[in-house]
Write a protein that binds this ligand. Sequence first.
Ligand code: BGC
Length: 733
Amino acid sequence: MNYLTEEQKRRVDELLSQMTLDEKIGQMNQESPSIVGGFDVPFEELIEMMTDGRISKEEFGNIMSSAKQDFHEDAIREGGVGSLMVQDPVKVNELQKIAVEESRLGIPLIFGLDVIHGFRSVYPIAVAEAGCFDPELMEATARMAAKESRASGVAWHFAPMLDISRDARWGRISEGPGEDPYLASVFAAAKVKGLQNDRSDTDNYVAACLKHYIGYGAAESGRDYNTVSMAMHLFYNVYLKPFEAAVREGAQTVMASFNDLNGVPCTVNEFTLRKILKESLGFPGFVVSDANAIRECVVHGIAEDDADAGVKAAIAGMDMDMGTEIYRKHLKEAVLAGKVGMEVIDEAVRRILSVKMWLGLFDHPYVSEETMHRYDTLPEEHIALARKSAEESIVLLKNENDILPIKKEAKVALVGNLADSREEIIGAWAMSWQEKDCVSIYEGMKAEFPNVRYFPCGGPEGDINESEVLAATDYGDVIVAVLGELVSMSGEAASRADITIPGRQRELLERLLTTGKPVVLVLMNGRPLALEWENLYVPAIVEAWHLGIQMGPAVAAVLSGKKNPSGKLSATFPYVTGQCPVYYNHPNTGRPGSKSKFTSRYLDVTPGVLYPFGYGLSYTTFEYSDLTVKEEQDGLAVSVKVKNSGSCGGTEVVQLYMQDVAASLVRPVKEMKGFEKICLESGESKVVSFCLKKQDMGFFDNEGKYHLEDGLFRIYAGGNSRDCLTSEINLEF
Ligand code: BGC
């Protein structure tokens, strides 16, 4: 494996040669602490009780914190565990000591965790952060997360999540970079660099885990864990792209997805794991299953029983079993019976040991006393980065009559239960955050607007408080309504069949609007929403997602104009849920949707989408002109002039798209091929130049063969995927 030195490779080989079959299989086993008791009902029922409301989340949390846990100490001592999910550094050291000092060969454990958008400092959820269109920022937040988690002994992040998704019903769209393969690839590369590249000290980096490989975001009808049927040209041109980019950056591990892809669960999919990932892309690291996924192959109906599922997974190239102990219990017998070759086991173990070696775990297995307290208090620079990434992620969707920014001295009536919540700003999968570090929107607003007053009025759940509504509308010169989704409404197992604003919040908005006072809607949510009604009636709409610990100050800065918003959408917002899946880079039909009858449209929805990919307004305006496209030896030189035609300075994401007009396969109506984020003072212009390489203008067919086909190409440049200047060029490759 080329990322290790010769000496390190030698150490891995030597170790491998000393290992028994049991010890090898032990490395392929990942455990999480099991809950073994301390309560009266089975654990599964406890989860059900929380889900159906018989006990509250808080009660569940209390039961869990006092429950008895098994950390698998005996198995570690026997060399039966390769990895564990633990985040407490004291526990990490305790378990690591058993592995290093009490197991026969002293192989260190690798501790992994879902550090998706920050560890102690929580940053915006990925679908929001991707909309910054700022690779350096994406890299910086990943680097910070790596340092914070490594200080707790967590050397492996189950991130970045790279599932492209075009269906906002799917709750996990919040965890990934949105709908577009180009943006997702930029995101993927930046995240891997941030997590892995600062190897000046073992405290500074972790191993990335690209997930969920592959196609999980294309779950049928947006329902989590659902089946995926996908034409292979989409597999190659869209869903594989970010994984490819991340592997190119040296990503150390990959997690296979739960779903089946064209009939074969990705956990046991030899084609995706061996042929594509390990052979074609040359991925040198190891693959871990998703939680419990090997066992679920029995439920999928692809394996007869646990043992069979284990055999199929191992043969397919699944190196590590997350959470089922199937490898530990059944793989030895399968090897002895000749069902799984020894070379399969050796390959998996070599990959796992190599990643541990690369992480420096053999030489630095423990967290020092000093390191583990390094981030007890968050350093200023971490908070500043959280603030910056939050500000850059906010997207201005609508601003009629320049209602925004709001004057500092205005009497602001702040409405909505979400506005005063610290735990609802952090987003799905925040791991180790502390409430004391979170600044709610109300807290942020108080620091910015001296005359803000808070009237909860209602939220995603529950009723509307009429008297608070009256008090709010009575008080405010302007009403800021913070509405949207609870954190629990997006993320894993959080698909929604209706992606409008949940509960009675639209009714609440109606009440606020009937007063005739200006209303600003600030949205907190983990997915694109269907905002047809809100867009019709609310004069100003700000998409603020779940922005992490500095959400409050970031939202306040945008509302006051201290920060001119520049975020763009990484995923399309439909008018109504029934349009899902919906995305800008769709193939054309023979009858593109229009007003006339026999076209590809719905009878009851305006053709098109509400806010397209790449969309986002500013407090200033940008004018595009002079698009030029020139052919050069290896590519196209594209330039476009952008002028800040408004009255204040601002930042714009200038976007480049292309269309292959006629090809041997139907191609998307537009495909992003580049972007550049520029700052312009009022009145200032800049010519933005792109080099579109010819090599990047082709596509893969259903057999995975790359085509560069002569003919007409359309080039587009603009501030979003819909409103672009266009030019045409004929090319011969
Ligand atoms: C999720 C993964 C996650 C794993 C471990 C699974 O349920 O799908 O994204 O990494 O759990 O927590």
